[in-house]
Design a protein. Structure first.
Length: 180
């Protein structure tokens, strides 16, 4: 059984390790190897702490743990208001969702995604968006199973000097008078 809770500063190192490991596993062959090799867990730990302190009430960081086990944090998700240029009112964005690479396919990601979607709906958001690397077929399939669909928006992010094409996915959220 997976337990989802709010992230604390004490989780920063575990979340950093998950994020770095997640990037290296998910983006091998999609991002420049030098960029992935340069990722640093210590630096990422400080970034996670800084982001958590600066997040305020609008950004929510969640972590997943397995109940009754002492493995610690197994995954992390973060969402808040959409950062897209059009910044539509009432639309959330799933900024990040990472699972320890050895726990992919065990339900941790599903539990985190469901918790983020449910919490965003509970906060009054009517829809949720996310950006995914176009070549990341595993992530795209995961989000499609979670009810997200590509909405046609595309962008390119920079990773180590290389343009990385991304696609936006979106889904409606359930809430008062809505179904999702």
């Amino acid at each position: 059984m997976v337990r989802i809770r709010n992230m604390t500063e004490a989780d920063a190192a575990a979340v950093a390790a998950i994020r770095v490991g997640g990037w290296r596993a998910a983006y091998a062959g999609l991002l420049p190897r030098a960029h992935l090799d340069a990722l640093d867990v210590a630096r990422e730990t400080e970034l996670r702490r800084e982001h958590l302190r600066a997040a305020g009430e609008h950004v929510v960081n969640l972590v997943a743990e397995e109940e009754g086990r002492t493995e610690g944090v197994l995954g992390w998700a973060c969402y808040g208001p959409s950062r897209d240029d059009d910044r539509p009112e009432g639309v959330a964005e799933l900024y990040a969702l990472y699972v320890r690479p050895d726990r992919i396919g065990t339900g941790v990601g599903r539990a985190l995604c469901a918790a983020a979607v449910g919490a965003a709906a509970g906060r009054g958001f009517r829809a949720m968006r996310l950006w995914v690397v176009e070549g990341n077929a595993r992530a795209r399939a995961f989000y499609e199973r979670a009810g997200f669909t590509a909405d046609g928006a595309e962008a390119a992010d920079d990773a180590g000097g290389a343009a990385v094409p991304e696609m936006r996915y979106a889904r409606a959220l359930a809430g008062p008078g809505r179904t999702g």
